[in-house]
Design a protein around this ligand. Structure first.
Ligand code: SAM
Length: 327
């Protein structure tokens, strides 16, 4: 029988978010502090060999899905090489990428050829001036990246929009239309109080239930499903192919179905987005651990997974911001 990784709350862990760098070429105000310089150095990042070995150990214990993320994963050099290694690991049957798409136009084809099938792109606004205010970057590059991803054959392409009061909440309908036109899937996300930046953004927090209600006045929303859909609750817009996911960590948390852990670029495994429980794999990987040592360490790490986040009860608890963890 295929082994399984089961955490103390009887959840099967079969999904890893793999951060390949904590650096990013954007500065979304709710994520990375604008003047932040305290990034980990490349020598602290796990090498591709180390990542392959560690993900292989997880895969041998039943992990099937890997999402490459960051920071911004495309700022790590030679990413298609890593994707090729991971997609060939026995047991890994779903390799995906989260990106801001700023540099996707150049790399889309190579990433697809390397075995990445699905891609999520963060996009909070369709207005160039707003985009610059939120991210300090250029919208046209993201749109070029998205079109290159479409041309390269990624499917589905999911747009992640963090919906924020007085920042972009007037754009949810426009984003729905944009996604219908382009055959993208859309996911709305609530702001989370991660780090000082995330906490500052909670002034702009919106309960997504209200967004869903508002959309319900304009569109007929049918209960929808999304294969491998994770924590988003999906609705389908009647008469279209569009599926809309609502990721509601604050208004309706979904911890009881959590199936994932997050490996930061420096080899530290975070067991929960909203708690500080972690396990550091780098010392093991750099001190001649055997495959059995690694396997035992993976089991030990999963045993640390907490029951749930406490974003509502203890919003000041998480000091690291999203880019540090691997969003
Ligand atoms: N750079 C990649 C990207 O843009 O998708 C991957 C990493 S990014 C940290 C992952 C996602 O986290 C993005 O969709 C971003 O909008 C979201 N994010 C960052 N900080 C957040 C916060 N405080 N609350 C909610 N979402 C956040």
């Amino acid at each position: 029988m295929q082994p399984k990784l089961i955490d103390p709350f009887n959840r099967t862990i079969e999904y890893i978010r793999l951060s390949v760098t904590d650096r990013c070429d954007l500065r979304c105000f709710y994520c990375l502090p604008e003047d932040y310089r305290d990034f980990t150095e490349p020598e602290e990042w796990l090498t591709f060999e180390e990542i392959e070995r560690l993900i292989g150990a997880f895969a041998a214990l039943g992990v099937r899905r890997v999402r490459i993320t960051g920071g911004e994963p495309l700022v790590r050099r030679n990413l298609p090489d890593l994707a090729t290694r991971l997609s060939q690991l026995p047991g890994i049957d779903d390799l995906s990428l989260s990106s801001n798409a700023v540099n996707l136009a150049r790399q889309a084809k190579a990433l697809k050829a390397a075995g990445i099938s699905r891609i999520n792109v963060s996009l909070d606004t369709l207005h160039a001036d707003r985009f610059r205010k939120i991210t300090k970057g250029r919208l046209d590059r993201v749109l070029d990246g998205l079109m290159a991803a479409k041309a390269a054959g990624f499917a589905p392409i999911k747009i992640n929009m963090v919906v924020m009061k007085d920042i972009n909440d007037d754009e949810v309908e426009d984003m729905v239309e944009f996604c219908i036109e382009n055959d993208f899937t859309l996911r709305f996300i609530e702001t989370m109080p991660m780090g000082e930046t995330g906490r500052n953004a909670t002034d702009h927090y919106i309960d997504l239930q209200t967004v869903k209600q508002r959309l319900g006045e304009r569109y007929e929303l049918l209960p929808g499903v999304m294969p491998g859909g994770g924590p988003a609750r999906y609705a389908q817009v009647a008469g279209t192919e569009l599926r809309i996911g609502f990721i509601t960590p604050l208004s309706q948390h979904f911890c009881e179905t959590c199936n994932r852990v997050r490996l930061a670029a420096d080899g530290r495994l975070h067991l929960c987005l909203g708690q500080e429980h972690s396990f550091d794999f780098r010392p093991l990987l750099r001190s001649g651990a055997t495959d059995t040592d690694l396997r035992d360490a993976v089991i030990e790490a999963i045993a640390l997974k907490p029951e749930r986040h406490e974003f509502n009860e203890k919003p000041r608890q998480v000091v690291r911001f999203m880019a540090k963890t691997g969003g």
